[in-house]
Design a binder for this molecule. Structure first.
Ligand code: F6P
Length: 360
């Protein structure tokens, strides 16, 4: 309406991570203090947008949020508004609720929608942009598997958490002459395992991008044993996979989970090396807690940039940072994509230079 302050919407979708609240804070402070906009936060990701569950965010709502884990807006990590499951007389049916989203955005007179999320959230935002919604994406998840940015929100803090865990496992492994396996998250990309494995001095790093041969892992462990190192630290990405057809290529972890591969590997290695093995699955500790200072800076940069893009009408892009420079990228170049670890990239090379085995 004439004379009404410009309004932008914001939502957080997908898995939570450290830094979500910090980016909400940056968006709200920039929108209100710099541009005089109103910010409408939709709760629980796109579900809140479909059901029109919202709150007008004020400066007091974001005060003290910089170091708080989680998201004050809430999130859902498996909701697709184009395929909302509804119950029709006891029968589950899928409904496309995108028109409801467009209606709700118009009803609130929202000019632009900032979506903070992983690849599914960003891809849904792209699909909405094709229907005329002005969308800006902010890349978030601990997996760092989103192209168009050096780091996603939450990734750096997750690497810090996993590195700290590896540091703690070293003393126990050495004292007990054991194989210590740490299973970390990352879904289909090995970034968390690779970077925390390097930082945490792992001897073996297993990532989805480099299928492993259990016999070669055992050989590396026995080589270490021969040099008097009768313990090893193994950092396992939850998405690690055995080489097809290798002697132990049967994965026994339940198909519907993305964790548990490390227990399978540990059992095999005990047989092959006659060294005791112990497993730690770091799980959701990587998703919780306060963002690291680096993530606080990253989230503030991306939050401010997203609002600047909205003010410039620079929509249907994702705010990203490449080589430490702000670099918006078309949503079309991000949607449905996955940024995997380059197997011949510098990080894999330097890990190998440090004597790390990738099981290949
Ligand atoms: O995408 C982030 C992530 O933490 C993955 O690393 C992990 O596999 C997945 O989410 C777990 O999803 P959920 O929170 O639905 O269990």
């Amino acid at each position: 309406m004439k004379g009404q302050r410009k309004r932008i919407g914001i939502l957080t979708g997908g898995g939570d991570c450290p830094g979500l609240n910090s980016v909400i804070r940056a968006v709200v402070k920039t929108a209100i203090n710099i541009y005089g906009y109103d910010v409408i936060g939709f709760t629980d990701g796109y579900l809140g947008l479909v059901n029109n569950r919202f709150k007008k965010l004020t400066l007091s709502d974001v005060s003290g949020l910089l170091d708080k884990g989680g998201t004050i807006l809430g999130t859902t990590d498996s909701f697709d508004p184009f395929k909302m499951v509804v119950d029709v007389y006891g029968e589950k049916q899928e409904r496309d609720m995108s028109d409801r989203i467009i209606y709700n955005l118009k009803m609130h007179d929202i000019e632009g929608l900032i979506v903070i999320g992983g690849i599914n959230t960003i891809t849904t935002g792209y699909r909405l942009s094709l229907m005329g919604v002005n969308v800006i994406g902010i890349p978030k998840n601990i997996d760092n598997d989103i192209p168009g940015t050096d780091a996603t929100i939450g990734f750096i803090t997750a690497v810090n958490t996993a590195t700290e865990a590896l540091d703690k496992l070293h003393s126990s492994a050495e004292s007990h002459h054991r194989l210590m396996l740490l299973e970390v998250m990352g879904r289909r990309a090995g970034w968390v395992a690779l970077e925390s494995g390097i930082a945490g001095g792992a001897d073996i790093i297993l990532i989805p991008e480099i299928p492993y041969d259990i016999n070669l892992i055992a050989r590396k462990i026995l080589e270490r044993k021969r040099t008097g190192k009768n313990f090893s630290i193994i950092c396992v990405s939850e998405g690690a996979v055995p080489v097809e057809g290798s002697e132990y290529s049967d994965k026994t972890c339940p198909e519907n989970t993305v964790y548990g591969i490390s227990s399978h590997i540990a059992a095999q290695l005990e047989k092959l090396t006659h060294l005791e093995s112990r497993v730690t699955v770091l799980g959701y500790l990587q998703r919780g807690g306060e963002p690291s200072p680096s993530d606080r800076i990253l989230t503030t940069r991306l939050g401010v940039e997203a609002v600047n893009m909205a003010a410039e009408g620079n929509y249907n892009k994702m705010a990203g940072i490449i080589n430490n420079g702000l670099c918006p990228i078309d949503l079309a170049q991000v949607a449905n994509k996955c940024k995997n670890v380059p197997v011949d990239g510098e990080l894999v090379r330097i890990a190998r230079n440090m004597g790390v085995s990738f099981g290949d």
